[in-house]
Design a protein. Structure first.
Length: 120
């Protein structure tokens, strides 16, 4: 019982931060692993409510630092992403099923969008 309570607490703590949610949203849209820079740019754009091409260098530097030292390690510790601390490529693992019931409603609330549609 304590183990499942701890897992629920870890899940909510992980999803409580919008930057970690943005990371998960972006990775869930990708079919292949993404570069650290590409992820940083997309997350910074969402965080500043702008487009990737207008995010300034100071914001990108701040986001790189936060992702590298805080958010990616937390997501990796939870087992929902893989990444090389080099930094290399980042991808979701198959262990995101526990997040699914929470992730899509959060995406709609955060980004005012529906998830990408499945193509036949």
């Amino acid at each position: 019982m304590a183990e499942s309570t701890e897992a629920v607490t870890d899940t909510f703590a992980t999803l409580a931060d919008p930057v970690r949610r943005y990371v998960l949203y972006y990775l869930s849209e990708q079919e292949t692993p993404v570069s650290f820079d590409r992820l940083t740019t997309r997350v910074a754009a969402w965080r500043t409510d702008s487009t990737p091409d207008v995010v300034d260098d100071a914001t990108l530097t701040e986001m790189r630092t936060a992702l590298y030292h805080v958010h990616l390690p937390k997501l990796a510790d939870l087992g929902v992403i893989t990444y090389e601390s080099n930094p290399g490529e980042i991808a979701l693992t198959d262990d995101t099923v526990s997040l699914d019931p929470f992730l899509e409603p959060a995406r709609r609330a955060d980004l005012w969008t529906e998830p990408p549609s499945e193509q036949p």
